[in-house]
Write a protein that binds this ligand. Structure first.
Ligand code: GDP
Ligand code: CO
Length: 433
């Protein structure tokens, strides 16, 4: 891959945001001799060889969340994932009347055999998973019967545990309703490029779509950004500006569903439910690690967190879900910004006005609480989890070496600890730095 070096960056405590990077060549070939960057290329554009991307992919799990998608569609998605990634499919497809999951699993395992790959396929509501999570001390996502709840977020949390137990260093997410296998392939290559470039153990890559095709007056129109993103990004940037004291437009991927992280970062971030999960990555990062109220983990202070945003070349086309869906998404995204203990009153007021004028909420004074928060997975007992899942059909894939592992007692900064603390004035925050 040949990719531009980020032109701008913005620092927020130990967090570094890089501006959107453009890809010049999706494939720039194999390693040149031993030294892969020719001297004249070192300046603004970087060449990353095929081997370097593969090296990252050998250590990466790709999570594919599924809920009642067409099997042909999922099959296309799987065909786009580079061979060396471990694929983990977390399905919440229905099992009543027709056991869709059974059909799905059979069909995909069949495809997996042709790919010569061992896919890890689980059902979100498998009682064994619920039981294992409970014994590991992570019962937050379970219902009264001890079964994992519905929802993409809950599925993503579950899959983060599984990817970790597979011993993977990186985790990436790819929706199963993507119509273009070529786009899927590209996203994973870009995840790998970003993670390869990162110098920190705490890194994240988010895809900024180049375009989303739509039919407008019977012609194909390539829209630049999703309808919700504009609003999410605006308020995320305002939140950053409040603390840094400088206006910024650096964040352009607030709603990016396509993203990847180092496991070190993934296990330290909290989650929020529904369509807020993606923007909440940023909020959780700010709340825990921007060093506003308390000091973050010493290792994070030392290494910093790096966030890359890469612009993809393929158009993004997935199942169409309509206007109401966009409204729900926008509300959820803005709700997590609004409810963050870090949001100043002025920003909260603007968010309410924005939602009110777009007819998404009924009152300019308040919004109904819909989002649920879940803590980071870092503090649960991985050893117990691994032991509980050993006898499952995929048990032999859970090879993380835990011989020296001790469950951590040391909690990171918890959301609840933030509540009730005053929002710092931007000036005080900067002086404290
Ligand atoms: P959007 O693309 O963000 O508008 O949302 P989608 O409804 O397309 O969902 C994104 C992905 O998550 C798709 O691949 C869905 O099949 C999958 N998905 C949706 N709900 C669930 C769920 O409850 N559990 C799991 N595991 N996946 C889900
Ligand atoms: Co979708």
């Amino acid at each position: 891959m040949r990719i531009e070096i980020p032109r701008e960056f913005e620092r927020f405590g130990p967090i570094m945001f890089y501006d959107v990077q453009k890809v010049y060549e999706l494939d720039s070939g194999l390693i040149y001799k031993k030294n892969e960057t020719k001297p004249e290329e070192q300046s603004v554009i970087k060449r990353i060889s095929y081997e370097s991307l593969q090296e990252i992919q050998e250590q990466m799990a790709i999570i594919v969340p599924v809920r009642n998608e067409k099997i042909k569609l999922i099959e296309g998605v799987l065909s786009g994932i580079p061979h060396h990634c471990q694929i983990i499919i977390v399905s919440n497809s229905s099992r009543e009347e027709v056991d869709r999951f059974k059909i799905e699993k059979n069909a995909l395992e069949h495809v997996g055999a042709f790919m010569k790959k061992n896919l890890l396929i689980v059902h979100q509501k498998d009682p064994a998973l619920g039981k294992a999570l409970a014994s590991a001390g992570y019962d937050y996502i379970l219902d009264e019967d001890g079964i994992v709840k519905n929802g993409k977020c809950e599925g993503m949390i579950l899959s983060t545990f599984l990817a970790h137990l597979c011993g993977k260093k990186y985790i990436g997410f790819i929706d199963s309703d993507n119509y273009f296998p070529g786009a899927v392939h590209e996203y994973v290559q870009e995840y790998s490029a970003g993670l390869y470039n990162s110098k920190s153990d705490y890194s994240m890559v988010r895809i900024a779509w180049h375009s989303k095709p739509k039919i407008v007056e019977s012609n194909l129109f390539f829209a630049k950004r999703g309808r919700a993103s504009e609003h999410t990004n605006k308020f995320l940037n305002q939140l950053v500006s409040h603390y840094t004291g400088y206006g910024t437009e650096i964040l352009k991927t607030g709603n990016a569903g396509e993203h990847a992280m180092s496991m070190e970062l993934a296990k330290n971030l909290d989650f929020s439910s529904g369509y807020s999960i993606e923007p909440y990555h940023f909020i959780s990062m700010f709340e825990r690690f921007a060093a506003i109220h308390d000091n973050p983990l010493p290792e994070i202070l030392k290494q910093g967190i790096e966030v890359y945003q890469i612009e993809s070349r393929n158009p993004h086309l997935h199942e169409v879900k309509g206007d109401e869906h966009v409204k729900d998404m926008s509300k959820a995204a803005l709700e997590v910004i609004y409810r963050s203990p870090l949001a100043p009153e002025s920003l909260k007021k603007e968010i309410l006005e924005d939602l009110f004028f777009r007819n998404i909420i009924e009152s300019k004074e308040e919004m109904k609480k819909e989002v649920v928060y879940y803590p980071a997975i870092v503090n649960c007992d991985l050893k117990k989890l691994q032991k509980e899942l050993q006898n499952q059909p995929y048990g032999d894939q859970l090879t993380l070496d835990l011989s020296k592992y001790k469950p951590s007692k040391k909690e990171g900064l918890k959301r609840d600890q933030l509540k009730g603390k005053p929002v710092p004035e931007e000036k005080n925050y900067l002086e404290a730095k």
